[in-house]
Design a protein around this ligand. Structure first.
Ligand code: URA
Length: 235
């Protein structure tokens, strides 16, 4: 791979910025200043502007998305989930699926298109677990309805889903639930809960397939996936 592409892929600037930097003598390859952007890099060590640069083809991050940021790669008005990962090397990262702007919780950020495709495939039925606070009382009969496959205004009813009542307060007319979905339709949790008369007031995704938010993580925190997590996701 060319030196300028290597540096550009690793987020060191645009192609023309890094070409310029290389020509000015800011790149050192195997201990020697290299001023030719077209130099082929394979296994050499590269230092740019005094910092060692190693090449990463694929990156995987688990982000605890806070409310108020959009699940997009860029947005003219709003901060995006990618703005929350300052350590990223690649410029081609994207969120795997979406959480609404006001939803918090686990979001996988990667540039592995193949993995994203397989996780989002409707045939794969990757489990997604959500915690929600809702208005109204969630009752055992709702649990049964969800188990059978709730009709919620779409042509096809939802796939059978596991609804757990964590707390239901008749005095305050609010409930807390955990919901496990095996699919990911547009605003699915909010629409399913609204369909039983219990609109969502707070929503957080706890897990997706084998990935779970760490107990120590706070909204806005992120970390690279471990090798074991990547293998489990691909498995
Ligand atoms: N379901 C929703 O309604 N919103 C989300 O952000 C995720 C699932």
């Amino acid at each position: 791979m060319r030196l300028d592409k290597f540096l550009c892929d690793m987020g060191k600037g645009t192609r023309s910025q890094v070409k310029d930097g290389i020509r000015k003598g800011h790149a050192v390859v195997d201990g020697v200043v290299c001023r030719r952007p077209e130099t082929q890099i394979a296994k050499q060590t590269v230092i740019y502007e005094g910092q060692p640069v190693s090449y990463t083809a694929l990156e995987y991050y688990l982000l605890y998305k806070p409310a108020g940021v959009v699940s997009a790669t860029e947005d003219k008005r709003e901060p995006t989930v990618l703005d929350l990962i300052p350590d990223k090397k690649r410029k081609d990262l994207f969120p795997v699926g979406r959480l609404d702007k006001d939803t918090e919780g686990l979001l996988l950020i990667t540039n592995d298109g193949q993995l994203a495709h397989s996780l989002l495939s409707p045939k794969k039925h990757v489990d997604k677990v959500y915690y929600a606070r809702v208005e109204g009382l969630v009752k055992p009969e709702h649990v049964e309805l969800f188990q059978k496959g709730l009709a919620f205004g779409e042509e096809a009813p939802a796939l059978p889903a596991r609804l757990e009542i964590l707390q239901a307060s008749p005095q305050e007319e609010v409930s807390e639930i955990r919901l496990t979905l095996h699919e990911g339709r547009f605003h699915q949790v909010k629409r399913m809960m609204a369909a039983i008369g219990c609109p969502v007031t707070y929503l957080k995704r706890l897990s997706m397939g084998p990935l779970t938010l760490d107990a120590s993580m706070k909204p806005g925190d992120y970390r690279p996936l471990t090798k074991a997590e990547i293998e489990r996701l691909k498995g």
